[in-house]
Unconditional design. Structure first.
Length: 387
């Protein structure tokens, strides 16, 4: 299904690559699916998934030999920026963002051969089973257990906030495989088919009324021991491996900038530039956005140079999501009575979905590690304050 990229994207200039990405995303992506206030379901995403896959543009972060684009960090960031600029909805993309890179780095040849092509073709859609009802920020305290019985692990427990699990064909889970060692050392990483007997789902509606998550229950679920990724009891290292880069992605100023771009015409239409209170907040947020852009660029430059990103990346995540939420709130206030409308409203020359930024910004301070936890990381590992 997927065309292995034959072009060396990394040899292109940034401007040329950006122009190619922009043209593809503007021409091929359906206009009625842009800037959705929610994640796309699999049914909505499938055509776009296949379009990207056929062009070899589905997996920008995978190496070329596995069917990806093999982008270096600088080009990858451009890819994300153009995706956001074009308002492309978030697909059930865990296979691309998490499972593929994990199997490429920690899996074996058989696992790569079994799973990678099915991710690219869209045959397998993955979800992430990390959080549990009593293990979110403190993920290492997770209790879903896997016990070896002959050639199979038998799994019992429950995962929660599993995004788009009801659309997924497969789930990757962190499970406890040793209760007698330090918490982080007794965790393993398993792959499962969602149709395995003993797996059941309960969908959960989010604040916007969309069924975006599930609680997933495991009742004596048996999976072959070949589905263990990496070594037994070393799943924690795998799980942590990709978090830093995820924070760089979340810290991009694109999302807050999009909200800000709506604020300007809205404020003009509402006559708010005559209101000193509004102008005060608007100016502070505009300056924050400039600072966020500079901070983001600093980390991007570091990633481009191939340097490891340290715990200070948490600062970017906190600042980006705080700014995004403040902008989304100001947008709602500036929209006055229209701020309560669930769909697009026309204000002046502008058609705006005011709730969209609000809904997409709310969970930003929770996922990817909550902002409180990021502040703890900053105080401990960057400022080295006593805990
Ligand atoms: C939109 C969205 C999508 C998600 N998708 C997935 C998914 O696909 N798969 C998955 O596994 N999980 C997913 N999650 C779950 C997410 O990872 C957790 O919600 C997150 O880790 C926080 O855990 P919690 O909800 O249990 O909150 P808790 O850990 O209970 O935290 C509650 C509050 O207490 C604060 N807090 C906790 N500990 C401390 C501390 N030590 N110091 C200071 N403050 C603290 C937190 O910051 C938070 O404000 C998703 C969450 C959201 C919002």
């Amino acid at each position: 299904m997927s065309a292995t990229a034959t072009v060396d994207f990394n040899a292109m200039s940034d401007d040329a690559f950006r122009a190619e990405a922009r043209e593809l995303f503007e021409k091929e992506y359906p206009d009625n699916m842009r800037f959705l206030p929610r994640r796309m379901s699999w049914a909505e995403s499938k055509d776009w998934w296949v379009t990207l896959s056929k062009r070899g543009w589905l997996a920008p972060n995978w190496p070329v030999e596995h069917g990806g684009m093999g982008l270096d960090p600088g080009k990858l960031i451009i890819y994300w920026e153009e995706t956001e600029r074009a308002g492309i909805g978030r697909m059930p993309d865990q296979g691309i963002t998490m499972v593929g890179p994990t199997l490429i780095r920690f899996g074996n040849d058989a696992q790569r051969a079994q799973y990678l092509p099915k991710i690219l073709s869209g045959e397998n859609v993955w979800c992430q089973g990390y959080s549990e009802p009593n293990a979110g920020s403190d993920l290492a305290s997770l209790r879903t257990e896997a016990v070896l019985d002959g050639d199979h692990y038998v799994i019992n427990g429950s995962k929660i906030w599993t995004s788009m699990a009801h659309n997924a064909t497969n789930i990757y889970v962190l499970v406890r495989t040793d209760k007698n060692v330090k918490q982080q050392r007794g965790i393993s990483f398993l792959l499962l088919d969602m149709k395995t007997p003993g797996i059941t789902l309960r969908t959960i509606r989010n604040i916007a009324g969309h069924e975006e998550f599930c609680q997933v229950f495991f009742d004596n679920v048996r999976t072959h021991k070949d589905n263990l990724v990496g070594k037994l009891n070393e799943g924690w290292t795998i799980a942590k491996g990709l978090l830093t880069f995820e924070r760089l992605n979340i810290g991009s100023p694109r999302r807050p900038l999009q909200a800000f771009e709506h604020l300007d015409p809205l404020a003009r239409a509402q006559g708010l530039f005559n209101d000193p209170g509004f102008v005060d907040r608007y100016t502070v947020l505009k300056m924050d956005l400039n600072d966020l852009g500079s901070l983001y660029q600093r980390f991007v430059d570091k990633a481009r140079r191939g340097e490891a990103l340290g715990p200070d990346i948490s600062m970017l995540k906190v600042f980006a999501m705080d700014t995004y939420q403040k902008l989304a709130e100001l947008l709602l206030e500036a929209g006055a009575e229209y701020g309560a409308f669930a769909d697009e409203v026309t204000l002046g020359d502008e058609k705006i979905d005011l709730m969209s930024s609000f809904y997409t910004s709310r969970p930003g301070t929770i996922y990817g590690g909550s902002n409180e936890i990021q502040r703890n990381i900053l105080s401990k590992y960057v400022l080295q304050l006593p805990s």
